[in-house]
Design a protein around this ligand. Sequence first.
Ligand code: ADP
Length: 221
Amino acid sequence: MSSGTRIVLLGRQGAGKGTQCLRLSRHYVVPHISTGDMLRAAVREDSALGRSVEKTIGGGGLVSDELIIEVVRGRLNKADTQQRGYILDGFPRTVVQAEALDLIAQDLPLLGAVDLVVPRDLVLNRLSVRRVCRDCGANYTVTGVVRSPWSCDTCGGDVVLRDDDTPDAINRRLDLYESQTAPLISFYGGTQRLHEVDGVGSQDEVFDRITEVIDRAGGGS
Ligand code: ADP
């Protein structure tokens, strides 16, 4: 079995998955695999994949299980993942995807799924002030000072409002989370791989809670 951290981060949109995954990926030196970032990059590149998913993403819907499973299969076969492991963000999002992941990752089995728990009313507030770097995915919060153009402190990319961070698309994504993604809690709970972490608190507090769970699960080695 390969060493390294191999985890999935679950949680509502705006729960802080993206921010925590970036930190975890640096801390454990493991690739952060965000399916949302991969799809948005494909849209920017205007590739065949990007063209096929652009409308779905903009409207806050889910792309087909079949398509996203192939995208993740390709990514998990890359050398960095094979050697270091993976931190999956945004995948799996349905039970079908979770079952597929168990098959794809047979040689690199998942150590656990961390569910970052933040109530819906709190994430709605967070999403309304969220801005995201188009290039590296770093998250920012609007504080009232208008920064135009706004460049990312990490990579210099454009910091923008995501197309799907409009009120309608946000509500659609949160509804889909309840119907499609929340069942993953039972899926991983039923196989003793679920770790619930309180996602309310400072970024440092939440990070410490997550690393404690990962280290206990044996993913910090
Ligand atoms: P969020 O979790 O905030 O909705 P992501 O950045 O994870 O955002 O994903 C953005 C969009 O990409 C999703 O709304 C969906 O359209 C698509 N997407 C990403 N991952 C998946 C997935 N595993 N299954 C289906 N669609 C996905």
